[in-house]
Ligand binder design. Sequence first.
Ligand SMILES: Cc1cc2nc3c(=O)[nH]c(=O)nc-3n(C[C@H](O)[C@H](O)[C@H](O)COP(=O)(O)OP(=O)(O)OC[C@H]3O[C@@H](n4cnc5c(N)ncnc54)[C@H](O)[C@@H]3O)c2cc1C
Length: 608
Amino acid sequence: MDLSSELEYYDYIICGGGTSGCVVAGRLAENPNVKILLIEAGQHNKDLENVHMVGGWSNNFDSETDWNVVTPPMKGIDNRQVKLSRGKFLGGCSGCNGTLCIRGSKQDFDDWELEGWSGEEFFGYMRKAETFHPKPWFDANEQAHGYDGPLHTEPHDLAPISQLIMSSFVSEGLPHVPDMFSTGETPHGCGHAPRSVYNGLRTTSADFVTNGFIRKNVTVVTGSTVDHVLVEPDAQTGELVARSVLVQDTFSGDVRAYHAKREVVICGGAYCSPAILLRSGIGPKSELEKHDIPCVVDSPGVGQNLMDHPIVFIFYETAHPNLTTDHLVYHKNAFETTYNLWKTNKTGFLSTFPFGAFAYARLDDRLANEPLWKEYQNTSKDKQVGNEKRDPMYLLPSKQPNIELFTTECYGGPKQYDHFPASPNRDANVFSIIAELFSPHSRGSVTLSSRDGRENPVVDCNYLDHPLDMLVLSEGVRFANEIVMNGAGTKGIVKGSWPEGLGYGTPGKERFRTREDWVPYVKEHATTCYHAAGTCAMGKDDNPMAVLDNKLRVRGVANLRVADCSIMPTLHGGHTQMPAYGIGEKCADLIKETWSTDNVSQGLRAVL
Ligand SMILES: Cc1cc2nc3c(=O)[nH]c(=O)nc-3n(C[C@H](O)[C@H](O)[C@H](O)COP(=O)(O)OP(=O)(O)OC[C@H]3O[C@@H](n4cnc5c(N)ncnc54)[C@H](O)[C@@H]3O)c2cc1C
């Protein structure tokens, strides 16, 4: 195919206008002397009401604004398939997520053992993206936040049910540390998760290249799917260099090419970035052969090491009116009223996401007598940090939680829970608690279904394949239920539950008392927390599975980087949007460092 007449030239080409990609583009554009192209497969976000109105988040799914990825059956969860929604529009998942800003523990990033990515340094990059707006009632840790980034965040005003759950957390042994999800230093406690919302509007990474940050040197093309990156040997050195990007019109399939004078950065997210690399001939040779793609670099780690946090919901109905927020959205004509409120004032139920109270928990005492836990305690890699031994999940008990617990302030959750009987439209008042597994041992994969860039890859999350993952998550779910049933704030307020029979009826007749009792429910209902990561992992030079070096450079190809959640060697114990922002910030700095005048004159590979 002769593309020479169609080439357009940019200094940097960013492939994927999602959470990290927009940050990379926006930050590089601070230098007015460089020209940047940002390519997004989906549409622009400006007219997508359900992006700006946080409460409309789920309306972005099962349509053309969703990648609509569905896993194959997975044996760890009763051979069920799971729908993996991803934002397909400018801003990517930052425009349809739950808005939670939960950064993880600093130790999670120290564990990567990669120069430049310590917890201390990386928390600095997450702060850089943020402008935090305090509220008088919230005891913020001021140093933990940023105050001049394009991402506006604020604390969430709790509904009455969340206040009650917070006191149940405390009475069940999880001390209150208000801003613990921003500091990364408390592995066991409860507090408030700031949100990526301000003045009733969602803030997204698209804000780095739109609104107040539109810059002449950034060209945003939407509706354009990156098919592959053209990698060619340099005429003088023979070294492989990323030179151009081949793009298909998402709808018509028309092809065009763009040329990078300096670098190509792949930011397609943990499912699509490995797919772009594979289509470019960079990946496990055997996988490329299946699709007749010539192998440019045999990189066995591309698409492997897929991680996510499995979660399980438990729902409760309370007889007390107005503790939950169901009356503001589901009952009678509430939706019409609340929608008008958002339309006119940007306030009300739809202006925030109905998650409530949050906790991190260590489960050491609860798991101490489990035979599997003891077995791994003795046989697992016993790497010490100081005097402290890691637990079987490879976590440091003094620094990293085993699970997160969080709650909703009304009915709502993945579609698989729709069959539960107390539909809120019948005027029921419903809340839920969710247990989320950190540091899973199970690993999944991303492979190609076809060479066509417009076909989704095959994403197998392999949830709960490892027995330790099931052990910890089922104990986490059991703990979650005990908090609601026995905790000081919520004891006695429950009149129904899903699953049924959770101990609000006849004492001693509860159906779910032991951890084993919970295992079938976990298998039947575990689903994604949407935290996909790890499929183009960074790693040290002696690690053959490391797709990238610690500067996000693709091993074996010059002028090609990846920047999004796929780069994580291990998944942190938190939620992934703040790291995605931090990765974008870090990548922009790494690129600026490479192409600073000094470095360029030292012979880095400008291809023109
Ligand atoms: C429903 C949902 C709820 C979530 N809730 C939370 C939460 O409350 N808190 C939290 O911290 N995290 C949450 N997450 C996770 C978090 O939002 C994501 O992990 C993070 O935003 C991912 O950022 P990314 O840059 O890696 O990928 P993305 O944001 O997905 O960006 C990838 C971009 O690349 C584009 N793209 C892909 N392939 C191509 C191609 N071939 N050509 C051109 N463009 C392409 C995509 O359309 C997308 O815009 C949630 C995610 C979802 C989906």
